[in-house]
Design a protein around this ligand. Structure first.
Ligand SMILES: [Zn+2]
Length: 146
């Protein structure tokens, strides 16, 4: 899959800087002890704009669900159709979700429930991009939630 090149702004720069160090960080609100991603100016839990700090997390997660995209609006990806878009739930807080194409997983064969690990790949010199890799299959075949 071709990768969009991230354009870090003031809000997202700490995230991208951490990616370059192969670390996964998410925002953590110290007022209500809640994690969130993608980064926001305020906590979506309590509304605080002064209590958000960056917190390093394990980079472990689980495949929560997925879709197969057949009609992408993104011209960059239309040549790759169909492709997987998996929803990754973070181990520390399954409410924190990431999207991934899960490189190496055949279309429509995403192992829901499988463990994944954050990985980082270079998209442009000097910038690594977050990616997710399946590290172990679910214990028993998981049913797709539909
Ligand atoms: Zn909060």
């Amino acid at each position: 899959m071709p990768r969009p090149i991230p354009v870090p702004d003031e809000l997202s720069k700490p995230f991208w800087d951490a990616c370059n160090e192969r670390r996964l960080v998410v925002q953590n609100c110290t007022a209500c002890n809640r994690m969130q991603y993608p980064p926001e100016k305020t906590c979506l839990g309590c509304g605080s704009g002064k209590s958000l700090a960056w917190r390093e997390v394990s980079g472990r997660g689980r495949v929560d669900d997925y879709v197969v995209v057949h009609d992408s609006r993104l011209r960059l990806w239309q040549a790759e159709q169909p492709y997987n878009v998996a929803l990754i739930a973070l181990e520390e807080d399954p409410g924190v979700l990431f999207l991934s194409n899960l490189p190496g997983i055949p279309v429509d064969q995403v192992p829901v429930g499988a463990s994944v690990q954050a990985d980082f790949e270079e998209v442009t010199p000097g910038q690594l991009l977050l990616e997710w890799r399946v590290v172990s299959q679910p214990q028993r075949p998981a049913q797709r939630k539909r």
